[in-house]
Design a protein around this ligand. Structure first.
Ligand SMILES: Nc1ncnc2c1ncn2[C@@H]1O[C@H](COP(=O)(O)OP(=O)(O)OP(=O)(O)O)[C@@H](O)[C@H]1O
Length: 678
């Protein structure tokens, strides 16, 4: 390990933590200080520099959280009122620790704003050291960082309490913080922490109800007088629990959300013969730590589900005059190919309804996503949702055939054009998709010379097959897909800018499987499809522990890999239950180190004093790094910004430049000289 850390072991021993009197608190503050010292190579008792992002960088990071922020407005109003009265600033960050929204409603909080507690600042623990937001995101738990517990000397007069914001699959999507000037006793901050935790719970419940608006959401409570709580589960049509909120998992003492998720409702809350109906509080008996407890379940009012159920009932009981069974608009919508490709992923559901509206409007659609994320499935769903559904759907994977053949594959050729070609000539894919849809997969691999011809086809709707002179009129819908960053290809001159704009009238980003909030639903869908292909397999299920393993795995090959894994497990299983032992070794790999501050994504209840340190990047035991590896790691963490990496390493910029040269590390000079985060 490098000794150029700017402080000696003697300094390290002098790490001082103001005793809080709370052992648990001391532990997480100590771990954070240790990370600052050993991993981020920060020197204690020196000032930390706050990094501010530009308006557009903040906007870009806020965009995915926009809906959540507007849905939770009422909850934010409540915490703002309390914060205003007590002189706190309210900050909301994404998982990187970038403040995407802040509220300063009092003169104290205006003052705090001037000191950096405002929208746009970056509170990543790696950059700023121990602090409320950064440490909360790293530890994935609520924290208060009070006065001298902050690593940076210039933050010693702040008191910050933060809690992670948790999405329905248990992964953090940001953090909420209230901060003020530190005064009095640290223990008084317990109230602030409580307020942040309660608010984070309320936000989690709102996001949860929205994510499962088409399922049954049940509130569970220990009191019959307060049946509606933030302790929620979502149950699908076959009575399987598909998600649970953090407050519920903590109340029931579950260390892992898959102690509930994946189980049948009746079985999880055993000996409960009652039926859940609207506005009835169902009393149930459960065992907690060996003792019986009464638990009250209430089915929350859900108009979408009620409409769907009513539609299903009436469809089942009365055929329409035409003899065709009727469905409500809701049921019809969720039956469409686009909605079934979207699963229950909130972002994709939104994209499905947008695509549904534009699919016949002549707007070109570009699909982006890693390999195996379902781009072709989405393209087919678009075709099947369009007016061209009964016409051909033709695909051409530009990366899968040699460059020299793409042109003839696309445009076809006339009789006798090539030696070795078909005597009668060949109809190209463009002509073959006339009337229907042409799906150009991996468009980023289209040779630049051919891009001009493709652009012409799209603009003029006609082609001239190779070796022919007469143009042929075509009418087709072109959908393109890529896993590459086309804008970057454009900037490198490898992709025509005019073609990029021509094919990307509307862009759909398909999330990787590891990012999806609806993993249990996707697993179930892929499994059902496989079961349909096998005799007597209709009752095959995945056991909760196996489901847990599948949901925690990082899935570099996305849904395609999931399909292979389930195919393997189907062969290995004995009986109708797929157990962990039936899964291939690959899915038991350690969670990969995460790029975001939040560390490895966790499916266990992540907060309220349950430390996820064992799963975070920080907690995974690392072998010692060589100086070169360490430099690469710190440069990577600081996005190759030399000034920032030098600061993180505790060395000067010129020393870092010398080391970069010594180890022949690649550095992008433009990025290296700038301090603005990429
Ligand atoms: N929503 C889904 N539900 C069930 N299975 C799916 C879903 N999406 C994709 N799959 C399955 O995953 C596999 C990969 O899907 P697809 O070929 O559409 O991915 P892709 O992104 O086009 O991959 P590539 O980039 O490698 O071409 C296919 O077997 C497909 O059937």
């Amino acid at each position: 390990m490098s000794s150029n850390t700017g402080y000696s072991d003697k300094n390290a021993k002098s790490v001082k933590i103001r005793p809080s009197g709370d052992k648990d608190t001391d532990k997480y503050i100590q771990s954070s200080w240790q990370r600052c010292r050993d991993q981020y190579k920060m020197s204690p008792d020196s000032n930390v520099e706050l990094v501010s992002l530009s308006e557009s960088e903040v906007r870009q990071r806020r965009e995915p959280m926009e809906k959540l922020l507007s849905d939770s407005e009422e909850v934010f109003d409540k915490i703002r009122t309390v914060s205003k009265q007590s002189g706190y600033a309210v900050l909301i960050t994404n998982t990187e620790g970038v403040v995407v929204k802040s509220y300063a409603d009092s003169s104290i909080s205006h003052d705090l704003e001037q000191k950096g507690l405002r929208q746009g600042t970056l509170w990543s623990e790696k950059i700023v050291g121990t602090n409320g937001l950064g440490t909360c995101l790293t530890e994935c738990r609520p924290v208060t960082v009070f006065a001298e517990e902050h690593y940076g000397f210039n933050l010693h007069n702040f008191s910050c309490s933060a809690a992670p914001l948790i999405s329905p699959d248990g992964t953090p999507f940001g953090a909420l913080d209230i901060s003020t000037y530190a005064s009095g006793n640290r223990l008084y901050q317990a109230l602030a922490l409580n307020l942040v935790c309660e608010t984070a719970d309320e936000i989690e419940a709102i996001v949860f109800k929205n994510a499962y608006a088409n399922q049954r959401v049940i509130s569970l409570s220990f009191s019959p007088h307060r049946p509606e709580t933030n302790a929620l589960i979502a149950v699908n049509d076959s009575d399987t629990i598909i998600a649970a909120t953090t407050p519920l998992l903590l109340a029931l003492g579950c260390r892992d959300r898959y102690e509930l998720v994946g189980r049948k409702f009746q079985e999880a809350f055993s000996d409960n013969p009652g039926q859940l109906e609207s506005s009835v509080v169902l009393e149930m008996l459960i065992q907690l730590k060996g003792k019986p407890h009464k638990l009250y379940a209430t089915l929350l009012h859900n108009s979408a589900v009620e409409r769907r159920m009513k539609a299903a009932d009436s469809a089942a009981s009365k055929p329409s005059a035409s003899g065709v069974q009727t469905h409500s608009a809701e049921a019809q919508a969720s039956d469409t190919p686009l909605f079934s490709a979207a699963g229950k992923e909130p972002l994709l559901l939104k994209q499905a309804s947008r695509c549904q509206r534009i699919v016949n409007k002549g707007i070109s659609i570009l699909l982006q996503g890693e390999t195996g994320t379902g781009k072709e499935v989405w393209a087919r769903a678009l075709h099947e949702s369009s007016d061209r559904a009964d016409k051909p759907f033709i695909t051409l994977n530009c990366a899968a055939i040699p460059e020299s053949l793409i042109e003839s594959e696309l445009f076809g050729y006339g009789a006798g054009t090539f030696t070795g070609g078909l005597k009668s000539g060949k109809v190209g894919k463009i002509q073959a998709s006339h009337g229907g849809t042409l799906f150009l997969d991996e468009i980023g691999d289209m040779p630049i010379e051919l891009q001009a011809s493709l652009l012409r086809v799209l603009a003029e709707n006609e082609i001239i097959p190779l070796g022919e002179v007469n143009p042929v009129k075509v009418s087709l819908n072109v959908i393109c897909a890529t896993h590459r960053d086309l804008k970057e290809l454009v900037s490198r001159g490898d992709f025509r800018e005019d073609l990029f704009y021509r094919i990307s009238g509307f862009q759909v980003a398909l999330p990787s499987l590891r990012e999806r909030q609806d993993k249990p639903v996707i697993i179930e869908n892929v499994l059902r499809a496989l079961c349909r292909d096998e005799e007597n397999a209709e009752n095959v299920q995945v056991a909760p522990e196996a489901l847990n393993v599948l949901c925690q795995y990082q899935w570099p090959g996305n849904i395609r890999q999931l399909k292979n894994v389930l195919q393997y497990a189907m062969c290995m299983r004995e009986g109708d239950l797929i157990q962990s032992d039936d899964l291939p070794d690959e899915v038991f790999a350690e969670p990969a180190a995460m790029s975001s501050e939040a560390g490895a994504r966790s499916y266990a209840p992540p907060s309220r004093m349950v430390s996820m340190a064992g799963l975070t990047e920080a907690g995974v035991e690392q072998p010692p790094l060589s100086e070169k590896e360490e430099l690469e790691q710190v440069l990577e963490q600081n996005r190759w910004v030399v000034t920032r990496a030098a600061r993180a390493l505790g060395i000067s910029r010129s020393t870092l430049h010398r080391k970069i040269k010594k180890y022949n590390l690649f550095i992008d000079e433009a990025a290296g000289e700038s301090d603005s985060p990429a």
